[in-house]
Design a protein around this ligand. Structure first.
Ligand SMILES: NC(=O)c1ccc[n+]([C@@H]2O[C@H](COP(=O)([O-])OP(=O)(O)OC[C@H]3O[C@@H](n4cnc5c(N)ncnc54)[C@H](O)[C@@H]3O)[C@@H](O)[C@H]2O)c1
Length: 432
């Protein structure tokens, strides 16, 4: 049995660090939360237990001790797990890890919550002990709600380290661990950002309204009600732009996602005008509050870059189910096919590059992006043979796991009620 994790240090008390500290405190761990100043760490704790929907109780908050990196760094020497969640900056993270490594106890674990910096860039040239004891632990926002934690070992990370972390996440923390590889944006954001960035370009060319694009990219394909534009409003167009830049630096040269890294012209103008989404009071959508207290929604029409009243889309039956939608020969069907087939084909081609198997990919999209079914489950629902025939007929490439499936002579990625999946060798094995 790997040694349990009972005490935790979290460095960085922003959105993610405070969230991780709160989660650990809520199950009774002793937590140290450090930031550049003690007041910032304390504000992080206060945010957790105040407001309309407190995340932890005042009693649970007593399990967290706030401190500063200047005066309290020595307190991490008592901790089993030290989780770094400071700003996304390689040099800041490396400087911090050098300090942490010299103070932490033997047998403790180090991790980074980075969303995009390769782990190898963080541990490169660092002491052997650190290279054995470090991993990426990528939580999703909001930490107390999202089930997914992506766990990524480095090339020298001990399996005991990943076993202890996964045991802690899947056990006491009640999260869902997904095993990913040290590749850009790991699993969920690699596929999810492809879907969003490709979506902006493909919806732009489609002969449908933005409201229809969002209606199609939600319930009919098993995605959350925010759809495409609504999700980007939630995340922030500036964050998507930051993600694009990181992808530009780190995506392989031949990656199909490279085609979508530059924002379309209307979205570039929105960025320039700081029309970024919900956090700036409007992005693709905005809510209008009238003097009489009534509320209405407006949409920023990308075709003429002007606000207009939102016109809720109503979908026909054939557009409400992915099985018929993807094969409808109309504007709705063409858009849904264009975006979903390229995203599912992308996911298929990324195994085993980003994950050893399809199960971790499906779980990442369900637990991190709230998809009702993961990419491979969706292909099974559509019918893998029917899907592959249309990909080929449209001039697309059958790659990765879809090719493995067709070559194996089987028809589905999962069988026996989902208890077995097709591995990269084309054999069915048990889902763990
Ligand atoms: N916000 C998200 O949705 C999200 C999701 C997954 C992963 N991440 C990653 O988690 C990490 C933290 O993100 P966040 O959104 O919580 O950021 P944030 O800006 O909310 O918080 C960052 C914290 O780091 C502190 N900090 C800044 N410079 C520091 C330094 N030199 N030393 C120590 N602390 C310093 C800041 O005071 C701040 O409290 C980043 O690596 C980010 O990429 C963010």
């Amino acid at each position: 049995m790997p040694a349990p994790i009972k005490s935790v240090a979290v460095i960085g008390a922003g959105t993610m660090g405070a969230g991780i500290a709160g989660l650990c405190a809520s199950i009774g761990c002793d937590v140290v939360l450090l930031d550049v100043k003690t007041e910032i760490a304390q504000q992080g704790i206060d945010r957790l237990c105040t407001g309309k929907r407190p995340v932890i109780t005042e009693d649970q908050a007593k399990n967290i001790t706030a401190g500063s990196l200047d005066t309290d760094l020595a307190t991490i020497s008592a901790c089993d797990w030290i989780c770094e969640a400071v700003v996304e900056n390689l040099q800041i993270k490396r400087d911090l890890f050098s300090k942490l490594e010299s103070i932490r106890k033997d047998g403790s674990i180090l991790s980074t919550n980075t969303s995009g910096i390769p782990l190898r860039d963080i541990y490169q040239g660092m002491p052997e002990r650190m290279q054995r004891d470090i991993a990426v632990t990528h939580f999703f926002n909001p930490v107390h709600i999202m089930k997914l934690v992506e766990l990524i070992p480095g090339s020298k990370t001990d399996t005991d380290v990943t076993d202890r972390l996964a045991g802690f996440f899947d056990g006491p923390l009640a999260k869902g661990t997904v095993y990913a590889k040290d590749t850009v944006n790991f699993i969920a954001n690699r596929i999810g950002c492809f879907w969003m960035l490709a979506g902006l370009h493909k919806a732009n060319k489609a002969n449908i309204s933005m409201e229809t694009a969002d209606a199609l990219m939600s319930k009919p394909v098993g995605l959350p009600p925010t759809g495409l534009y609504g999700l980007i409003d939630l995340i922030g167009l500036d964050v998507m732009n930051f993600v694009s830049k990181n992808l530009d630096t780190n995506l392989p040269a031949t990656d199909p996602g490279r085609a979508y890294l530059t924002m379309p012209s209307a979205e570039s103008n929105m960025l320039k005008n700081k029309q970024l989404g919900r956090k700036t009071g409007g992005g693709f959508y905005k809510m209008i509050k009238s003097d009489d207290g009534s509320k209405s929604m407006e949409v920023f029409d990308l075709s003429n870059e002007a606000w207009r009243a939102m016109q809720p889309a109503s979908l026909d039956d054939q557009h409400n189910d992915i099985k018929t939608l993807m094969f409808s020969d109309d504007d709705e069907g063409k858009f849904a096919w264009d975006l979903m087939s390229s995203t599912l084909s992308y996911a298929s081609a990324l195994v085993p590059e980003i994950s050893n198997d399809i199960v971790n990919v499906d779980r990442a999209m369900k637990w991190g992006f709230n998809w009702a079914e993961g990419p491979f489950e969706l292909i099974d629902s559509i019918g893998a043979k029917k899907f592959a025939d249309k990909v080929s007929a449209s001039g697309g490439k059958i790659d990765g796991m879809l090719k493995v499936l067709l070559d194996s002579g089987n028809e589905t990625f999962y069988q026996q009620d989902g208890s077995e999946y097709l591995n990269a060798e084309g054999k069915y094995v048990s889902v763990s």
